[in-house]
Write a protein that binds this ligand. Structure first.
Ligand code: GLP
Length: 269
């Protein structure tokens, strides 16, 4: 895992957006895995800015979102489809037919979940997966205890998640108890993952994810098994990392190496 600590949330978003910028420019028909929640909002704002001011072109990009609440229409203001439309898709030139969010209103979830997995494979697999993290260490809606090999399916939300997400609804009662979510196994198949966390409330989850054992009790810890994960956190979310100095050292060397690569003639050596 590459761990990058930035000084605040804005820098976290900028840093993450750069990875997307690089990918979309190098592979215009790439497949992006996208996430919801308050954490990725800054990344989406930065993508919109890059589209408007720097001609970042999303016309050939395909996207797959991680999850959706069961029982919410796509037009419901708290549905994740609505979130993606209003916070990203409506402001960039992505082809609406190439954006995918699991459907929380289907009659047959089993076949819809299977179809979602097939769609991802048919599109060529996810090149870059953006992830936030729940305070209980979940990724997407893979709550503690989820199989680390899980695929897209229905999942009951943990009470901690219902409490956390109640801030977006009128009250806790309104938060759906069920969600359709890609599995940990689905996420691990992405070619590269970027996990973001902002604020001290995520410090325990980040410590457990990066430095704890791999366990289904903290589903984000399964990312330790992935060969290309970049964790980008602010000072607050990094505040409980025991090996912070080491990550800073590694980062310095990475930046030096990247700068060297950009020198003229570097590819010939
Ligand atoms: C929800 C989403 C997750 C997200 C988490 C954290 O549970 N399903 O994908 O990572 O919220 O949200 P936030 O970024 O608002 O803290």
């Amino acid at each position: 895992m590459r761990v990058i600590v930035e000084k605040n949330g804005q820098e976290v978003s900028r840093r993450a957006a750069k990875f997307f910028d690089e990918l979309v420019r190098n592979k215009p028909n790439c497949v992006l895995g996208l996430a919801t929640g308050s954490t990725p909002l800054g990344v989406y704002q930065e993508m919109i800015r890059m589209h408007r001011e720097e001609n970042l072109d999303f016309s050939l990009v395909t996207t797959f979102n991680l999850d959706e609440y069961v029982g919410l229409e796509p037009t419901h203001p708290q549905s994740y489809r609505y979130f993606m439309q209003t916070n990203l898709f409506d402001h960039i030139n992505v082809d609406p037919w190439k954006t995918h969010v699991p459907d929380g209103m289907v009659a047959d979830f089993e076949s819809a979940c299977r179809a979602y997995e097939h769609h991802i494979v048919d599109a060529g697999g996810i090149d870059l997966q953006l992830l936030g993290i729940g305070s209980d260490g979940h990724i997407a809606f893979n709550e503690p205890g989820s199989s680390l090999g899980s695929r897209t399916r229905l999942k009951t939300l943990a009470s901690e998640t219902v409490r956390d997400n109640a801030r977006f609804f009128q009250n806790e009662e309104e938060v759906p108890r069920l969600a359709v979510t890609v599995g940990v196994g689905t996420i691990l198949e992405a070619r590269r993952c970027i996990l973001l966390a902002i604020g001290e409330a995520k410090a325990d989850a980040i410590r457990a994810t990066v430095e704890g054992p791999v366990t289904a009790q903290i589903t984000a810890s399964a990312l330790q098994l992935h060969r290309e994960v970049i964790v980008i956190v602010d000072e607050g979310a990094a505040s409980k990392l025991a090996r912070r100095e080491y990550y800073d050292e590694v980062e310095k060397s990475m930046l030096l190496m990247e700068a060297k690569k950009r020198l003229p003639g570097a590819t010939r050596r």
